[in-house]
Design a protein around this ligand. Structure first.
Ligand code: CA
Length: 211
C-alpha cells in the first residue's frame, strides 16, 4: 500500500529530497522539497510525521533500477567510459567529465538506452537525471517507455512520458500510471542525436500489489 501512494502524483505532500537531489546538494535532504514541484527530486526518501511529533515514519522507496543491467545503442569513444551501467550506478553526479557517472552513446539516429528490472513490475514513476555540465538540450523530447519486450529496444512499448525539462542537471519525474513491464527504456525519437543520462531511478511494485 505504501509503495502505491508513494507513486501517486496527488499524494506527495511530505516528499523529501531523494537520492539524486541529495547527492548534488546535501543540504536539500535536510528540508522539505516543494511538493508542488516533485520533479526536483527522486522518490528514494519520504517522511511522514504529525505536527505534535508523536509519529515520525521514514519510508525508503526501493529504486528498482539500481545496479540492474543496462544496455544502449552504442558507446561514445572517450577515455571517460559512458557505459549504459552508469545510469544505474546510484551516483547522480551530473558532470560528465568530473563525475564519470553518465552514459553516452555516439551520434546516431534514434539512440536508445534501457534497463532490465529482472521481472515485471507495475511502474509508478521514473526519475531521469540530466547531464549538468553541458548539452542538456539533447534530451529534449526523449521518450520513456515501459514494456515486457526489447525486440525493438523498447520502441513499441507503451509510452509513459516525454522529457521536456532539459536544463542542465534537471531531474525529470515521469509518472507511469502503473504501466507494467520488465524493461524501462529511453529513446530519442525520429532524429539523430547523442543520448546521455546521468541516473535513472525506477519506482513501482509487483503487479499483484497494485492499488
Ligand atoms: Ca550515474
Amino acid at each position: 500500500m505504501l509503495d502505491c501512494v508513494l507513486g501517486s502524483p496527488g499524494f506527495i505532500p511530505f516528499l523529501k529530497g531523494g537520492s539524486c537531489l541529495a547527492q548534488d546538494n546535501p543540504a536539500a535532504n535536510q528540508k522539505d522539497v516543494d511538493p508542488r514541484n516533485p520533479g526536483k527530486c527522486g522518490l528514494a526518501l519520504s517522511s511522514f510525521s504529525l505536527e505534535d511529533g508523536t509519529v515520525n515514519i521514514v519510508l525508503e522507496a526501493h529504486n528498482l533500477a539500481k545496479d540492474r543491467p543496462g544496455f544502449q545503442s552504442s558507446l561514445y569513444p572517450h577515455p571517460i567510459v559512458g557505459a549504459a551501467s552508469k545510469a544505474v550506478d546510484g551516483n547522480c553526479g551530473g558532470d560528465w567529465f568530473k563525475d564519470g557517472s553518465c552514459t553516452h552513446t555516439g551520434f546516431e539516429m534514434e539512440p536508445w538506452w534501457y534497463v532490465d528490472l529482472g521481472d515485471q513490475y507495475a511502474i509508478s514513476a521514473v526519475v531521469v537525471k540530466n547531464r549538468g555540465d553541458c548539452c542538456g538540450e539533447r534530451l529534449q523530447g526523449a521518450q520513456i517507455r515501459v514494456g515486457d519486450s526489447v525486440a525493438d529496444h523498447g520502441k513499441s512499448s507503451p509510452l509513459s512520458g516525454t522529457i521536456t525539462d532539459t536544463r542542465l542537471g534537471s531531474v525529470s519525474t515521469l509518472y507511469c500510471n502503473w504501466l507494467k513491464g520488465r524493461y524501462v527504456s529511453i529513446r530519442i525519437p525520429g532524429w539523430a542525436e547523442f543520448l546521455h543520462v546521468c541516473e535513472v531511478e525506477v519506482y513501482g511494485t509487483k503487479p499483484e500489489d497494485t492499488c
